[in-house]
Design a protein around this ligand. Structure first.
Ligand SMILES: Cc1cc2nc3c(=O)[nH]c(=O)nc-3n(C[C@H](O)[C@H](O)[C@H](O)COP(=O)(O)OP(=O)(O)OC[C@H]3O[C@@H](n4cnc5c(N)ncnc54)[C@H](O)[C@@H]3O)c2cc1C
Length: 572
């Protein structure tokens, strides 16, 4: 095993990881900062895939209070209000930094102000964007800045375990696998940031990048940390349904299409959303996904079992002009988004749940920080479109500053718990000699179980069955192993590790979903369809105790506004 020392170790190189690296470096350029990433820096993760854009209150007629209220109401009052407030206030600063310091070009109005478009669940159009491929602009500029600063990079290095200090005082570093050689690397650090981006890729239809397999959440669970709101899995209503032969199936057609006035039609060509919600297609993602699920379950579907997104009534020229990326993506799969109809299905998009943390990105484990989609509590029961990349950039920056301050103040390299390190290596070593392809049926079973039983509509019976099936899958996976072969770029080994983490986090999602005996935001229980009253909002807090997952329910602290009140003076 190779080992290295660094002051700050950042796991993941999406918006959260790279902002953390830049801000830590800015706070103290003498710090040794290392970014370890499963893919390539700047090319991996979901921030690069951001299409629609970035929510921020910039217009004088808008306000951070309005952005805050939309976030809280959209999140069904389940958000941690201090985190949500940090999000909306930090967004203003970060978007200026993105533009003026990092050099992002966002779309502009004829008068030179930044153009902001409509997204669902917003009471004011506040989504800043670069066409409909905003993430590429953000990630390219961020990566250039990181490259320019001599920040160390461990690319194609996968974090597999957080390693505690031998004296139990906090985190000592992380165990990594250098995927290029298959060698283990222990990176010792005074502060570690978990920013591996969550990602619900355990569902049959999903949007996140293929490198995401909930590794950070699984590591946090194994480290004994508490994770909140794990049952809150966001399904994006408009995942492309392009057939089983292509990875494009499940990828998302952005929210701005519905925001701009796109219609959803069932198999009979009827527009159905007005019958479900007064905001029709502009209702929040949970509401639209559930309505779609009901149409699908009633059999009112298109030829491939999906529904249709129709934009043609807005004028094909306008659609081509405003949604060039989406039009091209659909054309690649043989669909005409501008003038025709595209078959879509709800697709697993985002985990609102994650590691419990404070607004300064600290966790309960000294020296361990979290930011971005690995963290929980910012979005409550439902993330507003456009608030995801804000989350990663705002909290990434804060994490960088907090870690630099911690290292200066009291951070020290600790002697790692060698037994834990050895146990982690043993856990990562599969049986060799399995036949090729042995993992595929296991992945299929995971997809099917999560889609059918822990998906958009749930009940106790399905969740209990899912937990049984997931326990069986866990045991079968552990025994399954991988074929003989070299360790360098051993894709079967990496897939085995992915699946183990996905099954572990799936169990946690199902357990949290079973514990929440009401319906709220993204979580809908057919056996408990009543929405939980906002005044009684309580979040699930789950952790591993011994071998078992334990869920507690804790009341939300209404630190800034109470249900029925509003920071805007109106009633919500
Ligand atoms: C298709 C799509 C469109 C989206 N559109 C929008 C939008 O318009 N607006 C919006 O606000 N949000 C959008 N989102 C959500 C947004 O992308 C995420 O909220 C946000 O980018 C997450 O940032 P992150 O830094 O936490 O994670 P990511 O950007 O996903 O980065 C995670 C990083 O961790 C690395 N990693 C993973 N596992 C490991 C490991 N074990 N070890 C080391 N590194 C690891 C990955 O390689 C990657 O570099 C979209 C998401 C998708 C999938």
């Amino acid at each position: 095993m190779r080992s290295l020392d660094t002051d700050i170790l950042i796991l993941g190189a999406g918006g959260a990881g790279l902002f953390a690296a830049l801000h830590a470096h800015r706070a103290d350029p003498s710090l040794a900062i290392t970014v370890a990433v499963k893919g390539l820096l700047g090319k991996s993760g979901c921030t690069r895939m951001v299409q629609g854009g970035y929510n921020v209150a910039l217009d004088p007629r808008d306000s951070i209070e309005r952005h805050f209220m939309d976030t809280i109401v959209g999140g069904q009052w389940l958000c941690d209000q201090e985190l949500a407030w940090t999000l909306v206030t930090g967004a203003v600063e970060r978007v200026r930094e993105l533009e003026n310091e990092l050099g992002c070009f966002f779309d502009r109005n004829p008068d030179g102000t930044i153009h902001q478009k409509a997204f669902a669940g917003q009471s004011f159009d506040r989504t800043v964007h670069k066409g409909d491929l905003t993430g590429i602009e953000i990630m390219n500029r961020l990566a250039e800045q990181v490259w320019a600063r001599g920040i160390a990079r461990l690319e194609e290095h996968r974090a597999v375990e957080l390693v505690g200090a031998r004296d139990g005082s906090g985190v000592a570093g992380a165990l990594l696998i250098d995927m290029r050689s298959g060698e283990y690397v222990f990176a010792r650090a005074k502060a570690v940031l978990l920013a591996t981006g969550g990602g619900p890729t355990m569902y049959r239809y999903h949007t996140p990048s293929g490198d995401k397999s909930c590794d950070g959440l699984a590591m946090a669970l194994r480290a004994g940390l508490a994770l909140r709101d794990l049952e809150m899995v966001q399904f994006h209503p408009t995942g492309l349904l392009a057939g089983t032969h292509t990875r494009m199936t499940g990828t998302v057609l952005e929210e701005g299409l519905r925001g701009a006035g796109g219609h959803l039609l069932n198999g009979a060509g009827e527009r159905f959303m007005p019958a479900y919600d007064r905001l029709a297609e502009r209702a929040t993602r949970d509401v639209v996904s559930r309505a779609m699920y009901r149409e699908i379950r009633a059999g009112r579907t298109g030829p491939n079992g999906g529904l249709f997104l129709s934009m043609a009534h807005l004028g094909p020229e306008r659609v081509r002009r405003e949604f060039r990326g989406m039009v091209e993506r659909c054309a690649d799969c043989g669909f005409d988004l501008a003038a025709g109809r595209v078959e879509v299905v709800p697709t697993a998009h985002y985990l609102m749940g994650g590691v419990e943390f404070s607004p300064d990105c600290t966790t309960e484990l000294p020296g361990l920080y979290v930011a971005g989609e690995d963290s929980g509590g910012v979005h409550g029961a439902n993330r507003l479109g456009g608030n995801g990349v804000v989350n990663s950039t705002v909290f990434g920056a804060i994490a960088g500053e907090s870690m630099a301050a911690w290292v200066r103040r009291e951070g020290a390299w600790c002697e790692p718990d060698r037994d834990a390190l050895e146990a982690a290596i043993a856990r990562c070593e599969p049986r060799r000699g399995a036949p090729a392809g042995a993992l595929e049926p296991l992945r299929e079973r995971l997809y099917e179980t999560m889609w059918q039983k822990v998906g958009i509509v749930r009940d106790a019976k399905g969740l209990e069955e899912a937990l049984e099936e997931l326990a069986a899958l866990d045991a079968e996976l552990a025994a399954a192993g991988v074929p003989e072969g070299g360790r360098a770029f051993d894709l079967a080994w990496q897939e085995w590790l992915n699946l183990r983490n996905l099954v572990e986090v799936s169990q946690a999602i199902a357990q949290a979903a079973l514990a929440r005996r009401n319906s709220c935001g993204a979580h809908f229980r057919e056996d408990f369809p009543q929405p939980s009253p906002p005044e009684a909002a309580a979040y699930t807090s789950l952790r591993r105790v011994g071998g078992a997952l334990r869920v507690e329910t804790k009341p939300v602290a209404f630190t800034r506004v109470r249900p029925g009140e509003s920071l805007l003076g109106d009633r919500r």
